[in-house]
Design a protein around this ligand. Sequence first.
Ligand code: HMG
Ligand code: MG
Length: 306
Amino acid sequence: MKLPSKVKLVDVGPRDGLQNEKSPVPAAVKIELVHRLQDAGLTEIEVTSFVSPKWVPQMADNAQVMAGIRRKPGVRYSVLTPNMQGFEAAVSTAPELWPDEIVVFASASEAFSQRNINCSIAQSIERFRPVVQAAQARHIRVRGAISCAVACPYEGEVAPERVELVARLMKDIGVEHIGVADTIGVGTPIKVQRAMEAALKHYAVDQVSGHFHDTYGQALANTLVCLQMGIWQFDTSCAGLGGCPYAKGATGNVATEDVVYMLHGMGIATGIDLHKLVEAGKFISDFLQRKPNSRAATALLSKAEA
Ligand code: HMG
Ligand code: MG
């Protein structure tokens, strides 16, 4: 079995992790979380999203958070921009405050597309087209995400052909990298493998990442099956924070701590200091007044207390 020797993790905690929090999290706390993640060795952090504050109030402080980050060389800071209005807001500042990467996010299911971004899949692609062009004109990288790549909270199971179609549409408009997302965390390894294979019909293995919510506790197994396919990039969320406002009942992304523990145990390098990462997860969990949703963090924290 040939596994990657190193893996890149994108911590999406500040964005995916916090977007669904009901009580406001101050910008200063989000900024501190980003600082702690970069100090722990994360080299890509999904910071915020430029979406409607009416739809996702928690991300309304996007510009303030972007402006407050002390940028660390070698770290890529990404933001979600679903349309030109979001993109223009993200680059309305001095260039040093621009994101290094933007994310356009489509869905493999029509119902989720409507609920999440208020348009059909085809319309979303047409909205993304000028965003991709404008980003590339400014040398900003473009990542795409395909939600509901395994199942949809409104439509049920989603066929791999749907994922392949959206991957092709994304490729056609120039999206450079595609994240395959199990939005509601119901996927199991063979289903996830099929979704990944669908994306790999249009993207090289170095251009595909996995984004697994962990509702049913399958995300580590799903990550492992991807590693066996040669996929080496994953979105994870410190302390297992998160959920999508338009996917009720779905829990957070797989905890970065759990993935790092698994990878290091397999001899796969991440460049991440697990101890510092656990502290970052504890920082935000303490703020939210809950325990980290990570088995590895829980074990390491109780070991440290003993
Ligand atoms: P819309 O209503 O179709 O947009 O929303 P519109 O162009 O018709 O404009 C309507 C209003 O929205 C106007 O304001 C616009 O100014 C405003 P009003 O005149 O009513 O005051 N507006 C915006 N404001 C700020 N930033 C913008 C923007 N665009 C329009 N960019 C829109 C379309 C996409 C904006 C809306 O549906 C929305 O914000 N949806 C939320 C999407 C979201 O953030 N979802 C969660 C993140 S995705 C996710 O979690 C999945 C992922 O993790 C992968 C996975 O797990 O599956 C990525
Ligand atoms: Mg997500």
